[in-house]
Design a protein. Sequence first.
Length: 341
Amino acid sequence: MKLLLSIESTCDETAAAVIAEDLSVRSSVVATQHDLHARFGGVVPEIASRAHVERVLPVIHAALEQAGAELEDLEAIAVAYRPGLAGSLLVGLTAAKSLCVALGIPLIAIDHLQAHVYACRMAAGRDVFPCVGMVVSGGHTNLYRCATALDFAPLGGTIDDAAGEAFDKIASLLGLGFPGGPALERAAQNGDPRRFRLPRPLLDDPQRIAFSFSGLKTAVRYEVFGPGKLPTVPPPIDAQLAADLAAAAQQAVVDCLVGKAALALEITGFRRLCLGGGVAANREFRQRLAALAAEQRVEVIVAPPELCTDNAAMGAIAVEKWRAGQFAPLDLDIEAGLDRI
Ligand code: KG4
Ligand code: ZN
């Protein structure tokens, strides 16, 4: 194989990357839509899919141009076809299929969550399997037993909100802005996490790899507004109260994430954890994982920010599929939801 084009459009980033068989990334282009969704305080699916339609071809064009490649140089098209927002996924998959038909080259189907873990393989520049794979983003909070790059078995995940979603919603409650994760992390720097004791559901269950964050959001809400209906126009929140709650919420989420990461390492017996997804940018989370690594003498690999947030370079997992002869039929459909964790 000379080059493959990887396309990513699962949520609100339109991305394309040109990748060679030796896993070198010749170009990686990401068009974010944060500006389009910010005033709604969250991703609006209809707006996201329309923006993907407008951007997918220019982004592919830019990726080819930056790689100094022509369409004729491509030997396969890879696309993230699950999981994600239905309308968003459809845009990437349709673009990928069209290119496959036009160029007469095969399609490779990528699981977006496997790609998030594979981002660590890309960052490390060496084999990282077997490992515990962890994906913590706005849509997912999952742990996997990754025996090889392509052998992913779910160990457990969230039973309600994702960790990033919890950060986003709590940040919005506290009037901290969107996307909430980075805003909440900034506010937490000036806060005292000990002022509030927030719940850490399921953390004490040593048998179960699972997370639940919806109660945390409600607990924060009660601390600010009390029980009952939320005010239609929220009153301004005292900056110190917001900072203290941000710090307490961040600590509660990180406690759960690190606790279950440790449990996954124990259950699998693997000595390495590979973390991907936007929440991996959180410094408190990284520091606590580093402490876990030192304490348990395991290796923790965290992809750098540009490989943690949605991108198409992590679609390099398609090279492994190419080598294994795993191609997708052209009637491949999207799989928006998670019928498995
Ligand atoms: O992986 P990602 O870019 O998109 C998907 O959800 O697929 O992750 C975005 C999520 C958002 O919920 C955002 O608030 C969160 O990652 N995030 C953070 C931080 N940076 C991004 N959460 C906590 N601390 C951060 N520094
Ligand atoms: Zn993602």
